[in-house]
Design a protein around this ligand. Structure first.
Ligand SMILES: Nc1nc2c(c(=O)[nH]1)N[C@H]1C(S)=C(S)[C@@H](COP(=O)(O)O)O[C@H]1N2
Ligand SMILES: [Mo]
Length: 430
């Protein structure tokens, strides 16, 4: 028996679980199986007719330089009009006039890459600066032998690396009133970043002995400055110009975003213009945050079920693949467990695709919903053996009340309550 047969057999054996999907209570009986059809000028034809009617004309033109009408969605692809997933916002930051925060719609996410137009945005209320790439300069100075100035072209000529990393704002936390996973966890996203290792630029500049820190500054009006130790700078930091196969988007820091893998997202300076090598951390220049100290926090292991999650509606009992994301600032995710009974029992989930270091990791878990009220939650471990703490564990460790632990750190296992009517709600965290 070949693998296809085996897979088919397994599928048929498990088919009983799936039966409820097509024909179960409330299910719509599918129409008689039909061969694929194309609709042409309002007439239904079969594919052969369409092909012969077209007379093969679409392969006769060998030119490929014809201008595309920018309005027909072909020049820069648009998604189907039936796909409506969008960032949500928590309103306008009156101090600076821009939107405060925009959240990733994780409830619709697939795989591990967040499309750039859906990547969450946190810009402390500022609109993205609109700089022509020819005017861009990156300065490396301070305790170095040779202060350097790079144009964007200079940076793009250097040996590049491409890596997939998540970023997460340390304010990514569940509030009781949050309804969807976009609201509870939408301040994280994961992209494929392309850029120059900071290590390479620092080596070129020649770092002095005794230099312990780098301070990285933006050219946005807030002059966002963040410091982190030389050890990190010489390790895996990326001066990124690429995001998911195209230039970094304006909201993410065009033309350059600093990627500091695993550190809280506030250190990932957008619109980067200056890196100063120092013997002490620079004080943060953001007056409206508490960040007057250098920020070095590696993001703790975290996981969340993205389907089903708050706002989803299960239409009938039967088989569902529970799916979600897990990540850690310290390395790769090793294990994810899911509970479908409010945390009484746990079973290991399946890692879908690869578990990459400091990247969102997709998990799946086959579940047969019996139609009764229950609670779904997940927890994870990373390759360093660190566990995602439950809220109680976290509170105990820090000597906090559960409520304070939650508002302070956004820790705990996100819990989704499934009602017997199939509606799914935020049950806060366990
Ligand atoms: N220049 C600049 N960089 C910045 C910020 C900012 O306001 N200005 N916000 C920081 C914070 S708090 C976060 S969470 C991340 C968000 O990155 P994103 O908007 O690309 O998701 O950018 C960081 N880098
Ligand atoms: Mo943030």
């Amino acid at each position: 028996m070949n693998t296809v047969d085996r897979a088919r057999r397994r599928f048929l054996k498990e088919g009983a679980l799936l039966a409820g999907m097509a024909l179960g209570a409330g299910g719509v009986r599918p129409a008689r199986a039909q061969s694929p059809q194309y609709i042409e000028k309002g007439r239904v034809t079969d594919p052969m007719t369409v092909r012969s009617a077209a007379g093969g004309s679409y392969v006769t033109d060998l030119r490929k330089d014809v201008q595309v009408n920018p309005r027909d969605g072909l020049a820069y692809g648009e998604r189907s009009r039936f796909v409506t997933s969008m960032r949500s916002s928590d309103g306008v930051n009156s101090e600076f006039g821009g939107e405060s925060n925009a959240y990733t719609p994780l409830q619709d996410s697939m795989g591990i890459i967040t499309p750039a137009p859906l990547h969450y945005v946190s810009s402390h209320g500022y609109f993205p600066p609109d700089m022509h790439p020819d005017e861009y300069r990156l300065m490396i100075h301070g305790m170095v032998d040779r202060p350097l100035l790079f144009t964007l072209d200079d940076l793009m000529r250097l040996p590049s690396v491409t890596r997939i990393h998540f970023i997460e704002c340390s304010a990514n936390k569940t509030l009781r009133e949050d309804k969807t996973v976009q609201e509870t966890h939408g301040k994280t996203a994961c992209s494929e970043w392309t850029g120059v290792p900071l290590l390479l630029l620092l080596k070129e500049a020649g770092v002095h002995n005794g230099a312990q820190w780098v301070a990285c500054e933006a050219f946005s009006p807030d002059k966002h400055v963040m410091s982190f130790p030389m050890e990190k700078a010489m390790n895996d930091v990326l001066v990124a110009y690429g995001q998911n196969g195209e230039p970094v988007r304006p909201h993410q820091g065009y033309p350059i975003k600093l990627i500091v893998p695993g550190l809280e997202a506030i250190t990932h300076v957008k619109w980067l213009r200056r890196i100063k090598v120092m013997d002490a951390p620079a004080l943060s220049s953001i007056p409206h945050t508490t960040g007057q100290r250098p920020r070095l926090q590696l993001m703790a292991p975290k996981s969340v079920i993205t389907f089903p999650s708050g706002g989803h509606q299960l239409r009938r009992p039967g088989f569902y693949e529970i799916t979600g994301l897990a990540w850690s600032g310290s390395g790769a995710i090793r294990k994810i467990e899911v509970s479908t009974d409010g945390g009484k029992t746990w079973k290991e989930a399946q890692i879908k695709g690869q578990a990459l270091p400091i990247a969102h990791t997709r998990f799946g878990f086959g579940w047969v919903w019996n139609g009764e009220e229950t609670q779904l939650l997940s927890r994870c471990w990373d390759e360093k053996g660190q566990a995602q703490p439950s809220l109680a564990e976290y509170a105990k460790r820090r000597g906090l009340s559960l409520e304070t632990a939650m508002t302070e750190a956004g820790q705990g296992y996100q819990t989704w309550k499934v009602n017997s009517d199939g509606s799914v709600h935020n049950a806060f965290v366990s």
